[in-house]
Design a protein around this ligand. Structure first.
Ligand code: SAM
Ligand code: SF4
Ligand code: F3S
Length: 468
């Protein structure tokens, strides 16, 4: 008997899904079926949701804003911190009454939270009105899962423990028109001791260079001007041939006509190579912004976090980056209250914040994640100390962010116009190459164009100005 390759098996699987899409489309014909999709967590989850929207659109569903209009409600969940999980449980509880008045309503939960056994057990026990549970590894099977749920009285639970091969060619409806997310790799191998991601997203798998370049070309053909390459640690990207590292991928993407700007996230400091720094310096389209999570400024805590760099190494890296790419904006992630963090450790973090002067920092209070080593550590920091340190850090960073932005007053900056401003529909919004939000007056035909804006007002999180 002829044996099928893994690629052929995957292809057969995809064809099966296409058949389910056709059946659902037929089922929905002539009816106005609506869905509400809520996404938590990182941009990779947002990108997964764009794929779900792609499937749903092909099946004939349209998006609704309110649960009360929906035939299908989906939560694409995150479990990186406890509060992300609590929000989902809150919504699931509130949806019970909708299901009671509309028994055909299908409530689905997917994403990272579902990759944890105790979560699935809790949802099936407590939230019996949930009709679909699936995980991160089998998103491509969503049409089949939905079809089964519609044709069954009992909930469909389909969560895979192991990651499978990467699935290319899934439909997509993008959240934005000018900029697009492009996931270049899945999973994480780093096992930082506080982090749940490696347990729920599996081991690192990179997409092929040719597939990523083809996606970028397609985006350029559809009028997109900016791409953001996504991975938990893009620095360990490995293409299908030996020498295809992340710098190589950036170089290839730099040749895609029509794409004006390339961004990426996230970079782990331990893997940030000189080749990547030079690629950022030399490839015009790669923007002058680097998100480089430090997590802590204490070498002792970094060791306990399993981050594999010291405070000194991080500072050296920052110096090298700034020497090569003057004016680059640096942003970071910081966790306060990691188990065993002393006042002195925290002072070290504050000191690095003052020394590096990040453009902005995402600051998090350490959250215990079941199954991670840090959750079991005996020396947990009391809540009130965590909160007090968090506030001190936030206040210090806000001052720095504002001071850095102050220096831009009067400067003329290149802005890619993204659309109407969220807070003021009469104004346009866009970003500088350094990823600063700029709001300004202008006509809608500028959307998707690069314009020069003279900055005349400074806020901590955004800038205002006028086109020149
Ligand atoms: N892979 C990226 C990295 O290494 O920086 C991002 C990982 S995670 C999606 C985003 C951020 O969440 C992390 O950088 C970290 O600061 C924070 N985080 C992860 N686990 C956490 C936890 N248990 N408690 C608080 N913050 C956490
Ligand atoms: Fe989590 Fe660390 Fe992986 Fe980032 S690199 S996803 S923080 S384990
Ligand atoms: Fe959350 Fe999963 Fe992203 S845990 S941060 S949605 S990878």
């Amino acid at each position: 008997m002829e044996r099928k390759t893994k690629d052929q098996i995957k292809q057969d699987e995809l064809e099966k899904q296409v058949a389910y899409i056709s059946q659902l489309k037929e089922l929905n014909a002539g009816k106005l079926k609506k869905f509400v999709l809520t996404t938590y967590g990182c941009q990779m989850n947002e990108n997964d949701s764009e794929r779900l929207s792609g499937f749903l659109t092909e099946m004939g569903y349209v998006e609704a804003q309110d649960y009360k209009d929906a035939d299908l409600v989906i939560f694409n969940t995150c479990c990186v911190r406890e509060n992300a999980e609590q929000k989902v449980y809150g919504h699931l509880g509130a949806l019970k009454k909708y299901k009671e008045v509309k028994p055909d309503l299908i409530i689905a939960v997917c994403g990272c939270m579902m990759q944890q056994k105790h979560v699935v057990e809790h949802i099936t026990k407590v939230y019996r009105h949930v009709g679909i549970i699936f995980g991160t590894h089998n998103l491509y099977r969503f049409p089949e899962i939905l079809y089964k749920a519609i044709n069954s009285d009992s909930p469909v639970v389909d969560v895979w423990e192991q990651e499978g091969r990467i699935t290319e060619g899934l439909p997509i409806v993008r959240a934005h028109d000018v900029k697009a997310w492009v996931t270049i790799m899945y999973g994480c191998n780093n096992f930082c001791s506080y982090c749940i991601v490696p347990y729920v997203r599996g081991r690192e798998r990179s997409r092929k260079v040719a597939d990523i370049v083809a996606e970028a070309r397609g985006l350029a053909d559809s009028g997109f001007k900016e791409i953001t390459l996504l991975g938990q640690n893009v620095n360990s990207y490995k293409g299908d041939a030996g020498d295809q590292d992340f710098a190589y991928l950036l170089e290839k993407l730099g040749y895609v006509d029509g794409i004006e700007r390339i961004r990426f996230m996230t970079s782990h400091p331990k893997d940030l190579s000189d080749r990547l720094i030079y690629a950022m310096r030399d490839i015009d389209k790669v923007c002058e912004h680097l998100h480089l999570p430090i997590q802590s400024g204490s070498t002792e805590i970094l060791k306990k976090m399993n981050r594999k760099y010291t405070r000194e190494k991080y500072l050296e890296l920052v110096e090298k980056i700034r020497d090569n790419i003057p004016g680059i904006a640096l942003t970071t992630d910081v966790i306060v209250g990691f188990p065993g963090e002393t006042e002195e450790d925290f002072e070290h973090t504050m000191d690095v914040i003052e020394k590096v002067r990040f453009d902005s920092a995402y600051t998090f209070i350490f959250s215990k994640r079941t199954g991670t080593p840090a959750a079991k550590a005996a020396n947990q920091v009391p809540e009130e100390i965590k909160k007090e340190r968090f506030n001190r850090l936030l206040n210090a960073q806000n001052v720095i962010s504002h001071e850095i932005n102050e220096k831009l007053n009067g400067a003329v900056l290149e802005v890619l116009v993204e659309g109407a401003s969220r807070n003021n529909p009469a104004a346009l919004t866009g970003r500088t190459r350094t990823n600063k939000i700029v709001n300004f007056k202008g006509s809608n035909d500028l959307i998707g164009k690069l314009v020069n804006v003279k900055i005349n007002k400074i806020q901590t999180w955004s800038l205002e100005g006028e086109i020149i």
